[in-house]
Design a protein around this ligand. Structure first.
Ligand code: DAT
Ligand code: MG
Length: 148
């Protein structure tokens, strides 16, 4: 089953949105298979956002993502990577549709509440970076019979 890496960013943690965000993915029907509250070390932040190294906002981005604890998660389900991106909304909250996480809770692009992998390659890479094969739980969920 497809897996994705989702993370409540420091602004979402500080604004007490962990529960709201977890609840949305739970209610959708996706299955939580890993989660931890953690402080991201600078080296991990730079690696995670490596694709943006040359962008002018890279320094700010690393500073922001390391500015407080994040809630890192792995979610599982059919098409979870693309569907989670839809549920998050556009990168810039000003363009994010109402009803999406960024559309409901964010205002500026630099504080957009949540991260989500954008492809199967980035999901695999990011799950590896943050969970390193540890802390993921495989378990049977009877409610799956009512979702699939
Ligand atoms: P996403 O998080 O939707 O995958 P991204 O990978 O293009 O977006 O960028 C990573 C993060 O960098 C994004 O969540 C917020 C920040 N960011 C993107 N564009 C920015 C910009 N023009 N100015 C400041 N921060 C930006
Ligand atoms: Mg991205």
């Amino acid at each position: 089953m497809e897996k994705t890496f989702l993370m409540v960013k420091p602004d979402g943690v500080q604004r007490n949105l962990i529960g709201e965000i977890v609840s949305r993915f739970e209610k959708k029907g996706f299955q939580l298979v890993g989660a931890k509250l953690m402080q991201i070390p600078t080296e991990l932040a730079e690696e995670h956002y490596g694709e943006h190294k040359e962008r002018p906002f890279f320094g700010e981005l690393v500073e922001f993502i390391t500015s407080g604890p994040v809630f890192a998660m792995v979610w599982q389900g059919e098409n979870v990577i693309a569907t989670a991106r839809h549920m998050m909304g556009a990168t810039n909250p000003k363009d994010a549709a109402p009803g999406t996480i960024r559309g409901e809770y964010g205002v500026i692009v630099g504080k957009n509440i949540i991260h989500g992998s954008d492809s199967s390659e980035s999901a695999e890479r990011e799950i590896g970076l943050f969970f390193n094969g540890e802390g993921l739980v495989e378990y049977k969920r009877d409610v799956n019979n009512w979702i699939y």
